[in-house]
Design a protein around this ligand. Structure first.
Ligand code: NAD
Length: 333
């Protein structure tokens, strides 16, 4: 009895030791750096929540945004603030940006009083905005000339995931920079995926969102046609979601009101992922396709459809509103 208990204890201690060694080994092998002083630029719908999640993990945060009330909101939560990007860049070891689009990101990094003009050598720059992969690659090469490191890490998940710290980050850059960024990104997200060299995070994001737009339009078309033929939408959902037509848009984000209770279509298309952001991502996919000469006939059509939807007054609605748009068009004709 005594022998057996002793044996168990020894075995347990041995297991503990093995786990601990493995953990240290992983840290050593990766050589991942620990950072404490982070700068955050762009405190909008997404960035404000992401920055607050960094504060919750006790990072020492300095923030900057053109919008003073967005800055004050973060200062009240415990951050310091800077009066421009250059001032902030002098103080920190890592800079994260979450800005609307290409030109904002270029201005913040490469413009007058931009990040590159002031950041200390070897600072890690993480851009989580959704932009053209070419913009990420251009900033990365300019950053390298200033002895700075740059990765792109756009996100999927939307405002609720930003709030809950469950975003997916798609990262492009060197594997060393990825390892160094990972623990910081884990404070804001639940999936951190390495996609390859700089720009490949953006490439993954654009391809995924183009496919999402196409599948959402297809789902909306099929469900509108079904109802025009007299078919009950719930019956059609039951068939499609257990047949070959099934996709994320039909199964988990159905655009027909009343099929799923907690999706935007059942809440007057409020919240979710806006048509304006979808049109922006499709525009980026369109530019990338022209540049690389990759044919994207359905992606181009999806871009036109979302721009038309916006022109018809649906700019503040979730992108699944394409179903209402198609219904309205059919009613007109
Ligand atoms: P947003 O417009 O709400 O916020 C952008 C913030 O950047 C604003 O606070 C603005 O004042 C600030 N800003 C703009 N130019 C600036 C400058 N020169 N200097 C300092 N601050 C500046 O945008 P968002 O919804 O938070 O989206 C940010 C990025 O994330 C976009 O690229 C978007 O495509 C992407 N994204 C958004 C969502 C979403 O659901 N909102 C989901 C995934 C990805």
């Amino acid at each position: 009895m005594l022998k057996s208990r002793k044996g168990n204890t020894c075995y347990f201690q041995h297991t503990q030791f093995k786990c601990h060694s493995l953990y240290l080994y992983k840290l050593e092998r990766k050589g991942a750096k620990r950072y404490s002083k982070i700068g955050f630029i762009g405190l909008g719908n997404m960035g404000s929540h992401m920055a607050k999640n960094l504060l919750k993990k006790s990072y020492n945060l300095t923030v900057y945004d053109l919008n003073k009330s967005a800055v004050m909101n973060l200062v009240e939560a415990g951050a310091s603030c800077a009066s421009n990007a250059a001032e902030m860049s002098k103080e920190v070891e890592v800079i994260i940006s979450m800005l609307p689009s290409n030109q904002h990101v270029l201005d913040i990094y490469t413009g007058e009083n931009g990040v590159l003009s002031a950041a200390k050598k070897n600072v890690l720059l993480i851009d989580s905005s959704t932009v053209d992969p070419l913009v990420s690659q251009s900033i990365a090469s300019q950053a390298q000339k200033h002895s700075l490191r740059f990765i792109d890490s756009p996100v999927s998940g939307g405002v609720n995931a930003a709030k809950d710290g469950t975003l997916t980050f798609m990262v492009g850059g060197s594997s060393t920079d990825f390892d160094d960024a990972k623990s910081i990104l884990e404070a804001m997200g639940s999936r951190i995926v390495y996609c390859g060299n700089v720009g490949m995070g953006q490439a993954a994001k654009l391809c995924n969102n183009m496919l999402l737009a196409i599948s959402m339009i297809g789902t909306a078309e099929a469900f509108n046609l079904g109802q025009k033929l007299g078919l009950d939408a719930k019956v059609l959902a039951n068939i499609v979601n257990s047949s070959s037509g099934r996709c994320w848009s039909s199964d988990l984000y159905n655009p027909v009101p009343g099929i799923l209770p907690n999706v935007p279509s059942s809440k007057n298309y409020e919240g979710g992922f806006g048509t304006t952001l979808m049109a922006k991502d499709l525009g980026l996919a369109q530019s990338a396709a022209i540049r690389t000469q990759a044919p994207i006939p359905l992606g181009s059509l999806a871009h036109q459809i979302y721009r038309t939807i916006i022109a018809h007054g649906f700019s503040n609605k979730d992108f699944s509103v394409v179903y209402e748009f198609l219904k309205g068009k059919n009613e007109e004709t």
